[in-house]
Design a protein around this ligand. Structure first.
Ligand SMILES: C[S@@+](CC[C@H](N)C(=O)[O-])C[C@H]1O[C@@H](n2cnc3c(N)ncnc32)[C@H](O)[C@@H]1O
Length: 215
């Protein structure tokens, strides 16, 4: 059994409820502004034939956009069965069923396939244990890791922290998922000590987008 099985269940339940909305939003509007930024960072490098590992893939939008740009294949992991069903349906609708595979699992503890490019788009903030999640992602990555976290920096830091306290107060009351602002300095240090170099960092309205590479 997972050490934090209560949290895992909460994440699955919460995002099961959001799956339709994620899927419809991608169908109607495509990627969010911050996900487009992460996509652009990745596309500044060669993606043709590269393998993608999309941790906390949700409905799989970022994977599909990378496949459209020539990535070879994509594997997504998520804790929410409904998100995975949405991603699988979208893969079929977009003709990617042979190149995209979606699996139920905790990205922090599952055995992950070694992949050229690993992405975690708005995922670290939904999970309390950032260290095993990041470690597992780094071990799986052959070339690059891109991720998006809440914009807990600069002028937005204080309002963000206050807003999150309010959100988490209500989430706790309703037994929902809590959202985390993990220490960005320590995350950067951990990435560097593991042989990754930060290539890009940019804020969108509410998010900070990072790209690291092994070279
Ligand atoms: C805010 S959603 C983002 C989904 C997608 N990456 C996107 O940007 O549209 C976070 C997703 O991460 C998943 N998730 C959170 N922690 C996870 C973990 N430890 N392992 C796998 N999936 C996780 C949730 O189930 C949810 O679908």
């Amino acid at each position: 059994m997972e050490p934090n099985s209560v949290e895992i269940d909460k994440i699955a339940r919460e995002f099961d409820g959001d799956a339709c909305e994620f899927c419809e939003r991608y169908k109607n509007k495509g990627l969010s502004r911050s996900s487009k930024l992460l996509l652009r960072f990745i596309l500044d490098n060669r993606v043709r034939d590269r393998s993608i590992l999309d941790l906390g893939c949700g409905a799989g939008g970022l994977s599909f956009e990378l496949l459209k740009e020539g990535a070879g294949n994509a594997v997504g992991f998520d804790l929410s069965p409904n998100m995975l069903s949405a991603a699988t349906e979208l893969a079929q609708a977009n003709g990617f069923e042979s190149r995209a595979k979606f699996e139920l699992g905790n990205a922090a503890t599952s055995e992950l396939p070694g992949s050229d490019i690993v992405v975690m788009d708005k995922v670290l903030c939904c999970y309390s244990e950032w260290k095993p999640l990041l470690k597992n992602a780094m071990e799986a990555s052959r070339m690059m890791i891109g991720f998006t976290v809440p914009r807990d920096a600069g002028l937005t830091k204080l309002p963000f922290r206050l807003a999150l306290k309010v959100v988490n107060y209500f989430q706790k009351r309703r037994g929902g998922v809590l959202f985390y602002l993990h220490p960005l300095g320590t995350i950067d240090k951990t990435m560097r000590e593991s042989g990754f170099t930060r290539r890009k960092k940019q804020g969108s309205r509410f998010w900070l987008v990072f790209l690291y590479s092994r070279i």
